[in-house]
Design a protein. Structure first.
Length: 64
């Protein structure tokens, strides 16, 4: 299972890459600019094909 990190994807990926947090499988969103910055830093990340993208989990605000 992958942890959904939402818009924090780039920050989470950097944190793991630089050893600030433990490595774990993550998925989320990032801008094209942030994606390019990750690539330039040598941080491995790849877009998921739309057909393979899981549904976003409901936030606590959306739960009954």
């Amino acid at each position: 299972n992958f942890d959904y990190v939402g818009d924090s994807f780039a920050d989470e990926a950097r944190s793991m890459f630089y050893g600030e947090t433990d490595n774990r499988p993550i998925w989320g969103e990032t801008s094209a600019e942030e994606s390019e910055a990750l690539r330039e830093e040598g941080i491995p990340a790849a877009p998921l094909p739309r057909a393979m993208t899981p549904k976003r989990p409901k936030s606590n605000k959306q739960l009954n």
